[in-house]
Design a protein around this ligand. Sequence first.
Ligand code: CDP
Ligand code: CDP
Length: 218
Amino acid sequence: MDKIVIAIDGPAGAGKSTIAKIIAKKLNINYVDTGAMYRALTLKALKNNIDFNDKNSLISLLDKTDIDYYDNHIYLDGKIVDNEIRSNEVSKNVSKVARIKEIRIKLVEIQRKIASNKSVIMDGRDIGSHVLPNADFKFYVTASVDERSHRRYKELISKNVEISLKQVKEEIKQRDEIDKSREFSPLIKSEDAILIDTTRKTVEESVNEILNIIKKGM
Ligand code: CDP
Ligand code: CDP
């Protein structure tokens, strides 16, 4: 295969980005984190004190914003914001930004452009179902909500964030709910996506499961 396109979708904490980054390295292709783009706009909205229920202000903010993703970095107005976009404040609000159709249309345009001329593994919520419907491989990666919450909790605690497991679980459930129920390109498993359940599996086991499928189909 000259050019390979791999789509990975699923809910928060399922292991998408961890798995996708490893596979990108092994196959020597580009990794694209689409969630980082929605997070970058959310970060800018927080910095500008924009009300997350004010759809028009969020749309016009994007008009004045430059978002790009390359070489494993997310750029907001030309500046790398890899760490800032992972704050819990961004996580709590990002789904409210991502549910706006006009914002999705613009960011999807950037995502398709990135994938147009090179091999990519792209992760998000609507990659196989909407952004790259002709992807060579589509995976829907998931895990139980308890396991996903526990993974996120461990990450936050290691960064000294004061939060309880119960709170993390509530926030993940709320975000899943908004992502799955939004009108425009919600989180769904497209029919042709292969289901990968990472519950009680190590990262290595999940990566190997996906790599074996890719290698067989190449
Ligand atoms: O890493 P985590 O799973 O917590 O989230 P993410 O991949 O960084 O995505 C953050 C949020 O962006 C998601 O909860 C969605 O609301 C939104 N998103 C989306 O709507 N569509 C995508 N293709 C990627 C992310
Ligand atoms: O991108 P997504 O939100 O789906 O998940 P992530 O940001 O990759 O976070 C998943 C976390 O669970 C990371 O800390 C991984 O080390 C861990 N993990 C995993 O990804 N896969 C497993 N099979 C087991 C643990």
